[in-house]
Design a protein around this ligand. Structure first.
Ligand code: 2AM
Ligand code: CA
Length: 266
């Protein structure tokens, strides 16, 4: 598997930040029993990881823009390129000592995602994709699952929680989807959940209310693994409207139909 120089920069940044998060995750596990809890410590871990990624990426490409979850957007002098970064996706899992979280780094060129890396430091699983070059999990080429009917499928999703999202609307979506599928999973890191679709572990995934850094790398991973991605309106402005439905050609379409089914009148 040959990686471009740019993808290598992204991979190195993710691995370096991953080391830092891994160390801090060990400490978070100890802090579970403390009265104060690991909250402030996790915020610091998150900021530290973003600084590592920012410094690595900007060292390699000083003119590119940088959009990261933990800071104001930096507009680059190069108007065409922008990094889109989530240094710690799945913060709630990390905070609770649950080893399902990720670093997500995407490169956007003229509004299109051309490179994507998602790394889970707890399992050492590194997902990479370049536009036109396929998607990989470590060295293994990825392909989305080939199941054709929803009744065979395991579908991932995001669940709104206290203070976030439209709970009533989600419950309608869930009611419709759970009546059609073999299983529903909510693992808690959108970037990694979407990578699971690329890896054929999930047959599909949907979530609304996401930010660009939650999805950007994952979108490319799924496409490069032969999958389809849309927003909840059926278009492809996932980044713009914060919603995503993905899977193989058949499941993406079928899942979109079920998720968008109208609220029953009785
Ligand atoms: P985070 O861990 O970086 O916060 C879980 O459903 C997914 O939603 C995670 O990827 C989580 O990312 C993301 N998420 C949580 N709160 C969010 C918010 N207020 N806006 C956008 N995404 C959010
Ligand atoms: Ca996130």
């Amino acid at each position: 598997m040959a990686r471009s120089a740019l993808l290598n920069v992204m991979v190195q940044a993710a691995l370096k930040a991953g080391k830092s998060l891994s160390r801090d995750f060990g400490e978070v596990q100890n802090l579970q029993v403390s009265v104060k809890g690991p909250g402030d410590f996790v915020s610091q871990a998150d900021l530290k990881a973003q600084k590592i990624i920012h410094d690595e990426l900007l060292k390699a490409r000083p003119t590119y823009g940088f959009l990261g979850e933990e800071s104001e957007e930096i507009k680059g002098t190069d108007g065409a390129h922008r990094w889109i970064v989530d240094p710690l996706d799945g913060t709630t899992n990390f905070l609770h000592g649950i080893p399902f979280f990720s670093i997500s780094i995407a490169l956007e060129r003229n509004g299109e995602i051309v490179g994507g890396v998602v790394f889970n430091p707890a399992t050492d699983e590194l997902y990479t994709a370049e536009r036109g070059g396929g998607a990989f999990l470590n060295d293994r080429r990825l392909r989305v699952a080939s199941r054709r009917v929803l009744s065979d499928c395991v579908i991932g999703c995001g669940v709104p929680h206290l203070g976030r999202g439209n709970h009533g609307k989600f419950l309608v979506e869930l009611r419709h989807v759970m009546g059609e599928v073999a299983g529903i999973r909510r693992l808690g890191s959108a970037a990694l959940d979407i990578a699971y679709v690329a890896a054929g572990r999930f047959d599909g995934f949907w979530e609304v209310g996401l930010s660009p850094w939650d999805m950007a790398a994952g979108i490319l991973l799924v496409r490069e693994a032969g999958g389809f991605v849309s927003d909840l309106d059926g278009g492809t402005d996932m980044i713009g409207n914060g919603s995503i439905i993905c899977g193989n050609e058949h499941i993406q379409k079928a899942l979109a139909e079920v998720v968008k089914r109208p609220i029953p009148t009785k």
